[in-house]
Design a protein around this ligand. Structure first.
Ligand code: LLP
Length: 414
């Protein structure tokens, strides 16, 4: 049981959340190593003997301790910036199992990626190809590349995280990709090794992905016929998790659906983020005050949209549980909001348990795109991150940011 009340106390992965709040303060992100690793292992088991590489999408949760643990299990990494590359390099000596995605890589980023020996750069446009080619030539380094194609498939997800439609900025239109492959393979410096696509995130149905992957395989076969044989089919990430009443396929089912449409001569690369870490994290927050403004009731927490942006940005639902069991009050619905000076600063709406000043609550399923999207808005230092280890101990994996940490890049210019 991931969450359970023992007596009055809420436990997450067998750890009393009130104790974590006592030891590390609030707001505070808490992750379960056990859950993260079992999700990763489920991907591995689903691929079985099939040739594959699981490149964990660093953007979902880029904490170094989490990257280190995944690396130890054999993960490769999907990165989108120099910062993410340097994070991976803190925990991994070789960059061979890194895929570099991202729609706008700068010259400096490309240069560092090439010098670091990144396993594959995914090309997102003809301009990017020209730039990468020039840099590779200048450095005298031959570089493995894939083209990220845009298959124009609707993934049926939130429009902000849909990426595989012609109206989205991502990828190269699939009908233009052949020309880029010809340019790359005719050059001395680029070696095409695969094709990539990623059509969106928080997908709860594998059919759109299957449709996209079929298109990609079709293109790979066409390229083989014209003398450009490829090894990797990179199917991107995207598998959703259950925040509310969604019913996404299991990891096993998702992988099995993908395997069934990729011929076994190809290696499958996959870039999961959310489905590995999403359900493995909670945000602990304390209620600073409760108030009834006549039309609506509010519990104001010490966490805010700067700590967890998903509700404000995507209208995302995250279930909230009181850390000490409370009676249900469906007649007394309240919104959980933060202290930031914006009405959009809310974390959960219409909560139906009794709440009062000083209470501790846990916001569920924030392991992905929680801390990694946190900011310093309203000059609020970012919260600490704590990992519940396999032996049941809770370990700090990122110190709470201090006000001094936030100010240091400016005070030196006064
Ligand atoms: N590969 C590429 C090229 C991506 O753009 C993404 C996510 C992934 C892999 C990982 O996708 P996942 O398995 O996590 O769905 N901030 C949003 C999600 C943005 C996803 C962006 N790309 C959210 O909080 O829902």
């Amino acid at each position: 049981m991931t969450f359970e009340y023992k007596g009055e106390n809420l436990y997450f992965d067998s750890f009393n959340l009130s104790k974590i709040a006592d030891d590390f303060g609030t707001p505070c992100y808490v992750y379960s190593r056990n859950l993260i690793e079992s999700n990763f292992k489920e991907y591995q088991a689903a691929f079985g003997e099939r040739e594959h590489l699981i490149c964990y999408a660093v953007k979902a949760n880029s904490n170094l301790s989490i990257l280190k643990n995944l690396k130890a299990l054999g993960a490769g990494f999907d990165i989108v910036s120099d910062g993410e590359l340097e994070r991976v390099k803190c925990v991994e000596n070789s960059c061979a199992n890194i895929v570099y995605s991202g729609v706008g890589k700068t010259e400096a980023e490309i240069e560092n990626a090439i010098k670091s020996g990144v396993g594959c750069i995914n090309l997102e446009s003809r301009d990017e190809l020209k730039m990468i080619l020039a840099i590779a030539k200048q450095l005298g380094i031959v570089l493995p590349v894939s083209v990220r194609v845009n298959p124009n498939v609707n993934p049926n997800t939130h429009p902000y995280i849909s990426t595989g439609l012609k109206e989205n900025k991502f990828g190269v239109p699939i009908e233009d990709a052949r020309e880029l492959y010809e340019l790359a393979s005719n050059s001395e410096w680029l070696v095409p090794i695969g094709i990539a696509c990623h059509i969106g995130s928080q997908l709860t149905d594998s059919n759109p992905v299957i449709e996209a992957v079929r298109e990609v395989v079709h293109l790979a076969e066409e390229l083989k016929r014209i003398g450009i044989p490829l090894k990797d089919i990179d199917v991107g990430g995207g598998l959703g998790i259950k925040y509310d009443n969604e019913s996404p396929p299991s990891i096993r089912q998702w992988v099995s659906d993908i395997k069934s449409c990729v011929p076994s001569s190809f290696r499958i690369k996959i870039e999961p983020g959310r489905s590995i870490v999403g359900s493995a994290g909670v945000l602990l927050t304390k209620i600073i005050a409760y108030k009834d403004n006549g039309k609506r009731k509010f519990a104001i927490s010490d966490a805010a949209m700067n700590d967890l942006l998903r509700p404000a940005l995507y209208d995302a639902y995250h279930k909230v549980l009181p850390c000490i069991r409370k009676e249900r009050r469906p007649d007394f619905l309240f919104d959980l909001v933060g202290p930031i000076c914006e009405t959009g600063d809310w974390l959960a709406k219409r909560q139906d348990f009794s709440v009062s000043q000083g209470d501790l609550v846990a916001i569920k399923d924030v392991g992905a795109y929680g801390f990694s999207m946190a900011s310093n808005y309203n000059s609020r230092p970012r919260p600490p991150e704590v990992l519940i280890e396999m032996d049941g101990t809770a370990r700090l994996i990122r110190t709470r940011e201090s006000v001094a940490d936030m100010l240091v890049l400016e005070t030196k210019h006064l």
